[in-house]
Design a protein around this ligand. Structure first.
Ligand code: WTA
Length: 632
């Protein structure tokens, strides 16, 4: 058989869960189906039962759900604190000495934190924030590397009811400033540097630039790292000094189920990033339940999510979900392939990781390095492999299954978004899997693939992926921009639509095809074309710019920019380089175009809108499609 046919056979195969996964699984396929059915037929009872069983409430809710389109609420009148569910109750119930986090860095350093130690640290930070005058509802921006103090700072905000807004430490000072300004943050917590591929990356100077002249920022707390010698300036506080003498006791703020928990900015197809707002009760419940069932967490499991807390995956599956369930997480600062491409597998071996959750871009990177790297390590502890952030192409799925899973693991390909708070579409580990197809909607999720009018399309036909009703961890609004929230629920009927195309097969398995809008997915990170374009045109030489996403072997998509220069500027390689540097400064390294092409003209509609679709088709050598609205 030819290699191509062999791949085709593998791609079209249905993968049954391995026996060792089935033996351990918390729920069988039949139980999942039965629970799903109940969650759709009787959502309020379903969620009320689980909320009562899985979470601690200071006061029970009066009503489970209310939907005044487009607004909705869950567990109305219920009182809780998410940190109580993530920390105190475990400490009180015999998990005080259980590890919450095992932190490692590129140089082989390691730090372990038990639930007891984490609770103490969180309370000290919470008391520090209180001392700075931070109160319930105030915003705190966190711009830190992946260290436990980062995660603990998030929890400390939640402890006292402050709203955290975490900004990924790869964003530039301008991107950070926009987020600090938009949320009017009272305090910024940061650190001096992080390390990636052996190189120190300065974070503090980025913050200095970002807060310059912002008078509403009252304090900047700086975590100094080993070897730092630092002079603190006005408003600045040393993190370790700050918490040193603080009490390890801090009463959790009594939060309403609908009180805001955090803001997280994400790119849309137009304008500046949106501040997606999540609230306390529904988010706690949904991240808890998805962590438990999708990752099939058992008491002695070691869970490793390779994301960064700067993204939603880090919020839901490094912090709130795993801690609420009471599991032990590995967290790793630095790059996957430094000092060598065996780094991640050596961590799996060393800590006997059972559940491993990463992005397709990482899988493709390791495919490129070759199977000899994972082969050097004992990966037999692994039971479940997860994928998130972008579509996983079947070839990468199979490589992951065979070389990391050794045919002994279930793969959960979880489709979800910043806005959804938790997993929406996936198979649970005891469910048969199909390479490249995320699978089935999770409990309470009514997902469908429809046309523009909201009518279901036929099996295997391409349509828009929608969710028909609100679920507990659905975004509640966009910070300061309620109209942008409403848009999610009004573009396709009264369904939730956040921009993905998909197909659904005869068995109800959903395959995600990618974005329907002008959002580019680079290495699993959402980047708005409008943001990159506005960064480009802020360069003195650039008159106009248009940006498209191009398929990329490892990153999934890469950014290509078409640029019209202003009079008096000549295209050159050094100018292209300078423009790239400029985008890096405006937005951060992750938004820098791989390619810049200088052009004389851009395809536009008669009303002056750039037709990126035409640019993309031309770039990829595909048919241009309907060009009747093209200007000339
Ligand atoms: C994409 C990340 C295919 C999708 C959790 C979505 C995926 C966007 C998958 C959200 C998946 C995420 N298969 N595509 N398993 N997971 N996506 O907000 O386009 O950073 O709309 O949330 O990533 O990105 P976000």
């Amino acid at each position: 058989m030819s290699e191509k046919n062999e791949i085709l056979l593998k791609v079209n195969k249905v993968y049954q869960p391995p026996q060792r996964v089935l033996e351990k699984a918390l729920i069988t396929k039949e139980e999942f189906d039965e629970m799903y059915k109940r969650s759709i037929e009787n959502p309020e009872d379903f969620w009320a039962d689980i909320a009562e069983k899985e979470l601690h409430w200071f006061k029970k809710w009066d009503k489970v759900f209310e939907w005044n389109y487009p607004k909705y609420q869950w567990f109305i009148g219920g009182k809780l604190n998410i940190t109580y569910n993530c920390l105190d109750r475990h400490v009180e119930n015999g998990r005080r000495n259980k590890l919450a986090y095992i932190w490692v860095d590129e140089d082989g350093n390691e730090k372990k934190y038990t639930y007891g130690e984490l609770l103490d640290l969180v309370n000290k930070i919470a008391n520090g924030l209180k001392e700075l005058g931070v109160k319930k509802g105030d915003r705190v921006v966190i711009y830190m590397p992946l260290v436990v103090e980062q995660l603990a700072s998030m929890l400390a905000c939640a402890r006292i009811g402050a709203i955290h807004s975490v900004v990924y430490a790869g964003f530039s000072s301008n991107a950070l400033r926009m987020r600090i300004e938009d949320a009017k943050a009272k305090v910024v917590i940061t650190s001096t540097w992080t390390k990636r591929r052996g190189k120190k990356i300065d974070l503090k100077s980025v913050v200095d630039e970002a807060v310059d002249g912002l008078n509403f920022v009252e304090n900047i707390v700086v975590l100094q790292r080993e070897g730092d010698e630092f002079e603190l300036e006005e408003k600045e506080i040393d993190f370790n000094e700050w918490i040193k003498d603080k009490s390890t006791h801090c009463e959790p703020e009594i939060m309403d189920a609908e009180d805001p928990l955090f803001i997280l900015y994400t790119s849309g197809s137009t304008g500046k990033p949106k501040g997606v707002l999540h609230t306390t009760g529904g988010y706690n419940l949904y991240t808890h339940v998805t962590t438990k069932y999708v990752f099939d967490i058992h008491e002695d499991d070691i869970f490793w999510c390779t994301a960064d807390p700067g993204w939603i995956t880090g919020h839901s599956y490094m912090v709130y979900g795993p801690l609420s369930v009471g599991t032990t997480s590995v967290i790793a600062e630095g790059a996957p392939d430094h000092p060598d491409p065996g780094r991640w597998w050596s961590i799996v071996e060393k800590y006997k990781v059972n559940i491993f959750y990463t992005a397709p871009t990482a899988v493709r990177l390791f495919m490129k390095y070759g199977e000899e790297w994972p082969k050097k390590y004992d990966l037999s502890s692994l039971r479940i492999l997860g994928s998130v952030g972008e579509p996983i192409n079947p070839e990468a799925w199979i490589w992951y299954y065979e070389n990391i899973g050794r045919g002994q693991c279930s793969i959960v390909d979880t489709w979800w978004q910043t806005e959804t708070g938790g997993h929406m579409i996936t198979t649970v580990p005891a469910y048969p899997q199909k390479p490249g197809k995320a699978g089935k909607p999770f409990f309470g999720i009514e997902a469908d693939v429809v046309d523009k009018e909201g009518k279901p399309v036929e099996p295997n036909k391409v349509g828009y992926l929608v969710i028909k009703k609100p679920w507990p961890s659905a975004l509640r609004t966009c910070w300061g921009e309620p109209e942008r929230f409403e848009k999610y629920w009004s573009e396709i009927g009264k369904y939730y639509f956040a921009g993905d195309m998909a197909t659904k097969d005869e068995d109800g398995y959903i395959m995600i095809l990618g974005r329907a809008d002008d959002v580019i997915n680079v290495s699993g990170h959402r980047i708005g074309t409008a943001e990159v374009e506005s960064a480009l045109v802020s360069h003195p030489a650039v008159a106009e710019a248009a940006v498209i996403g191009k398929p990329h072997e490892i990153k999934g998509e890469s950014i290509k920019a078409f640029v019209i220069l202003k009079q008096g500027y000549e295209p050159s390689e050094s100018l292209a380089k300078d423009i790239k540097m400029h985008v890096r400064h405006e937005l951060g390294a992750l938004a820098v175009p791989d390619e810049i092409e200088f052009v004389e003209k851009l395809p536009k509609t008669r009303s002056g809108k750039i037709m990126r679709r035409v640019l993309k088709a031309k770039e990829l050598g595909m048919p241009l499609g309907d060009t009747s609205t093209l200007e000339d």
